[in-house]
Design a protein around this ligand. Structure first.
Ligand code: SF4
Length: 298
């Protein structure tokens, strides 16, 4: 699921302070990163729940994630680049049947054939940096969740892949497929991985040994080793971030924070920083629906 496709599902799972039916709020890494990046973007996605049409890059990311997840269903010896390429078209047909917003993907140009060929190219990037015949993931697309701040806030998110060594060391793996310049998103990607590391530490009592970003377009791996104290600080940061979200919701004050990431924002037309006007603030913010949360793919 790409960022845009994930927004609707994630937004449904995001809590905003409730008026008459208190429920424990929950926060996912992408919505937390939204607020950090731009409070107004958080509002558009989580409170207004404005739809976002997936871009070809985002749809390609969704498809690559689906193929890589299915690839590990195959016996280890069959996890070849040719088998992965074989999975592309049927997975795409499945996604189009499930997600109607993908139907309009080629309205502005491009063809399904070009799209599927470029997806196979990203898979080549994956095979350039990993050999899935030598890997047996412990978990894939797994939901991780924990409570912080004495139970007042729930952190939740989906990890692309979790590897566990025979010694019990954890490696959190996140596939990055985007076409945007990597440096524009690297801080956001690491924020996401630290979020997962914190949740795993709190639930399993083990700090993950490695946080791995796997950049398929560039066929590169970026490994990061978190420290315990760093994750403890990160937890305090998330609690403070949630307090800021609550204050903004109470005041109905979510300001735009323009940055280079505006170039990838689907909501420029409604953003005051681009002479747009946000819709009226919803009278009653949406209630959380944790079961509708979904994987985050960027
Ligand atoms: S265009 Fe930029 S400033 Fe406006 S909502 Fe999007 S990210 Fe925020």
């Amino acid at each position: 699921m790409t960022e845009a496709v994930a927004v609707a599902a994630e937004a449904a799972a995001e809590a905003v302070p409730e008026i008459d039916a208190p429920a424990r709020p929950s926060l996912s890494p992408s919505r937390a990163a939204d607020f950090k990046t731009c409070p107004l973007l958080y509002r558009f996605r989580t409170i207004d729940r404005l739809p976002e049409q997936p871009s070809p890059d985002q749809a390609r990311g969704t498809l690559v994630h689906a193929v890589l997840e299915r690839l590990f269903d195959l016996p280890a010896a069959d996890r070849t680049v040719a088998q992965a390429a074989e999975l592309v078209e049927p997975q795409w047909q499945r996604l189009v049947a499930e997600q109607e917003e993908l139907a309009g993907l080629f309205a502005d140009g491009g063809t399904p054939e070009e799209f599927l060929a470029s997806t196979r190219g990203l898979l080549d990037g994956y095979f350039a940096v990993e050999d899935p015949r030598r890997l047996q993931p412990a978990e894939r697309e797994c939901l991780v969740t924990t409570e912080v701040d004495e139970g007042r806030l729930v952190l939740r998110g989906y990890v692309d892949r979790l590897d566990v060594s025979p010694a019990g060391d954890l490696r959190v793996v996140d596939y990055k497929t985007g076409g945007a310049p990597r440096e524009a998103f690297e801080a956001r990607a690491l924020f996401q991985l630290k979020f997962y590391a914190l949740v795993l530490w709190r639930t399993r009592g083990v700090v993950p040994r490695v946080l791995r970003l796997l950049y398929l377009k560039d066929a590169e791996i970026c490994d990061y080793t978190p420290e315990t104290e760093e994750l403890a600080r990160f937890e305090r940061t998330l609690i403070a971030l949630w307090a800021a979200i609550e204050r903004a919701t109470e005041a109905r004050d979510f300001r735009p924070r323009p940055s280079r990431l505006c170039g990838w924002c689907a909501h420029q037309a409604r953003c005051p920083a681009f002479d747009g006007t946000p819709p009226p603030f919803p009278q009653r913010p949406p209630a959380p629906a944790p079961d509708e949360d979904g994987p985050v793919i960027e």
